[in-house]
Design a protein. Structure first.
Length: 451
């Protein structure tokens, strides 16, 4: 991070603040420099207790630092602390939010007629989409696959909506025949484009074909995988599931995952701007500064950090939502997953579960006989051992799933338990691509220790 230039920008904002006239901090807010230094020193020491999210040896959960440009933009905006609820709470950052939402809508294919805004998380973004689903199709259920994020079941409880969990097929994706059996009770189907367990992209065209004639809404949860739409015209992903994204009624994507942003920055888009009628409300002390639409008028949340909009806006100036912009970074992550999968296939002591759709790979240690209980215990030992050596170790994650899905891919598996625990790696940092040989080397070393 270029701190010299950052502090120059910081000083420019200080000069802007001083242009309104001299003022001094109230004594009630003052702390001694020595006390501040003591507190910050303790904070830094405690922060060192984190796992190395920045390093490619961390190949566990969906965690990575934001881009340094996003950090700087967020910090600069936070010195003002704008609130993007009403235009008078943050006029510049509200405009930035509208600009980035227009870019996201273009990526999805919604064109210029849409409704959308940033949110504080993917959970809140999905809550809004399901809330509109409830209002649009009252007394109808919301259906999602058993591989969908637990957010959907939880939000259905919050909204008091009947939730239907659709089983998955042998590929781990929503079983469309099972969905068709209950479609008469359904008002909205959630399609996950990038499941958080296996990173699978569900069959959006198949769901659209099933739902359209029945006037069932389709919501796409692309919180994790949505930005991979940028690779649609490349050979790196299967483009069929993405080809009809613009037909979805709503779409969620989290810039704080693959969009290089700090937590929390989610977003929700609706294809029909007419759903804004469900948000209609009034406030006796806001919405007076402009006749333009205030973002708070189309959001369930009230106060929202304008700094999130500033950070995303700045990032998209440098990494636009194109194949050669942000897509270049995603291409590295996708290539890392494919190369890791191929290397696991060649390994004498590990095997991948299935080819990855995006950048998440699930795999397991091999031993004879191949038995569920043994795989689970060995996976857990490797997971634990990996965290014990800071320089030669690995930070992985574990994934529990029905044993029969593994059996579908490996017939020699002896199923002595209904569920199996496997190893899982999220290769969401572009640096992972060059770390794959080292990742395999360290995994095989851990296997020798754990067996």
């Amino acid at each position: 991070m270029d701190l010299e230039h950052f502090f120059q920008h910081f000083r420019e904002l200080d000069a802007w603040r001083e242009s309104f006239g001299a003022m001094s901090l109230d004594d009630s807010q003052r702390i001694s420099p020595g006390h501040a230094e003591q507190v910050l020193t303790e904070l830094v020491n405690r922060l060192k207790g984190n796992y190395p999210f920045h390093h490619p040896q961390y190949a566990g959960q969906m965690l990575k630092p934001p881009h340094e440009l996003a950090i700087q933009a967020y910090m600069l905006a936070m010195t003002i602390n704008p609130n993007n609820h009403a235009l008078d709470g943050g006029p510049p950052t509200s405009e930035m939010e509208k600009e980035v939402m227009a870019q996201l809508a273009q990526m999805v294919g919604y064109g210029k007629r849409y409704l959308g805004h940033l949110t504080s998380s993917g959970t809140i973004a999905n809550l809004e989409a399901l809330w509109v689903a409830r209002e649009s199709r009252p007394n109808k259920a919301i259906a999602f696959s058993s591989a969908a994020h637990y957010t959907h079941a939880r939000m259905c409880e919050v909204l008091k909506v009947n939730a239907l969990e659709i089983p998955v097929d042998s590929d781990g994706k929503m079983d469309l025949e099972a969905l068709e059996d209950v479609i008469g009770r359904v008002g909205t189907v959630v399609v996950t484009m990038g499941t958080t367990g296996l990173g699978l992209v569900e069959d959006l065209p198949g769901v659209l074909d099933l739902c359209r004639d029945r006037k069932v809404r389709v919501h796409v949860d692309g919180a994790y995988g949505g930005f991979f739409k940028l690779l649609e015209s490349t050979h790196l992903i299967d483009d069929r599931p993405w080809s009809r994204l613009a037909e979805a009624d709503s779409f969620v994507v989290d810039p704080h995952k693959h969009g290089l942003q700090p937590y929390g920055c989610g977003s929700v888009l609706f294809r029909d701007p007419g759903v804004g009628k469900y948000y209609k409300h009034d406030s006796p002390y806001t919405y007076f500064s402009s006749d333009e639409l205030h973002l708070g008028e189309i959001s369930l949340e009230c106060s929202r950090a304008g700094a999130s909009a500033a950070a995303l806006w700045a990032t998209l100036q440098c990494f636009p939502l194109t194949e050669l912009g942000l897509g270049r970074i995603l291409a590295q992550c996708r290539s890392a997953a494919r190369e890791f999968y191929d290397a696991l296939r060649d390994s004498p002591v590990f095997a991948p579960l299935m080819p990855p759709d995006l950048d998440i790979v699930v795999y397991f240690p091999v031993r004879t006989p191949l038995r569920v209980s043994d795989l689970s215990e060995l996976s857990k030992r490797i997971f634990q051992l990996g965290m014990e050596d800071p320089k030669e170790g690995l930070h992985l994650s574990l994934y529990r799933m029905p044993s029969e899905i593994v059996k579908n891919n490996y017939q020699e598996l002896q199923v002595d338990q209904p569920e199996v625990t496997l190893l899982r790696s999220v290769l969401m940092k572009p640096e992972h691509r060059y770390f794959v040989p080292e990742l395999i080397r360290r995994l095989e070393k851990l296997w020798m220790k754990a067996r």
